[in-house]
Design a binder for this molecule. Sequence first.
Ligand code: AMP
Ligand code: MG
Length: 320
Amino acid sequence: MQTTLTNSAEKAAAILNSGGVVAFPTETVYGLGAGICHPQAIKQIFQAKGRPGDNPLIVHIYSVEQLADVADEINSDAQKLIELFFPGPLTLVLKKNRCVPDTVTAGLQTVGIRCPVNPIAREFLRLSHCPVAAPSANLSGLPSATSWEAVYEDLDGKIDCVLCGTPSAIGLESTIVDCFGPNPLLLRAGAITLEQLQAIVPAITTPAATDKGAPPKSPGLKYPHYAPKAAIILCHAHEKMIIGEAPSAYIGLSAPPQGIALIKICESLEEYGRELFSFFRRCDTEGIHVIYCELPSYQGLGRAIRDRLTRAANKENNAL
Ligand code: AMP
Ligand code: MG
């Protein structure tokens, strides 16, 4: 299959509307989209990514008005979060409307819904004839793609089109909050922080606090994620480490241990989040064997960065 590269949202939407699979930029990471009214294209998303069929896709809408097309019940907690954080890097899990096919939600009665704020994403979604189901636009298990070049590296020849925009401003996937169950739950940490969410809905908790040992509430959390080929070693600020002979890299906020070949010191948590996945990919391209990553605290965006780091390091599920 020939993969078209374009920076025209109109051209990309036309390909999507004719049943194609199109990667597009968002403020979190690049998404791999198909119209929810195109079952064959939905299937192709799972094939292109190598994504297990029981891992549901997030449905993307361009305006809050479109919510009624995909969700059935919007309780008062969800309403408050929508007012404040839509459009933005927040996904809400709500009761699904019958228009959303089971292939999108992997048979769940709920659907994850997000309304991105990135202007190219909004234009693309506005021109799409139906809501767009889109996971991250990377091969399953690898770091998410935060630039069109990273999408192309993973998916050239497997998808119909890449809508090329600028690198993702946040660089980490959306925060996911389950508003369907009896208590609102943070299913995935992201740029909308737990502190910001609790300021609006104080009852929001993490599954780890209530549910130790239970199966993950979000099916995707049981799969390995975000992992580069290089081994990840987590470290604390200024920790003394013995660095081996193999080519190694470091990313973090503080000065690195001695003897590292490739170094990225970030000036803020925002920069750390934005650069993390592209740094992982660069390390693989440059033949790095070990990446030392400084663990930030749980505060603010630190929670999301910790989550991605620990899951990349373990190559398995990790609690929030
Ligand atoms: P990705 O699209 O790669 O960013 O991953 C989306 C994440 O959202 C995965 O971990 C999915 O399991 C999760 N997700 C999508 N829909 C739902 C849902 N209805 N309930 C719980 N988690 C969901
Ligand atoms: Mg993903």
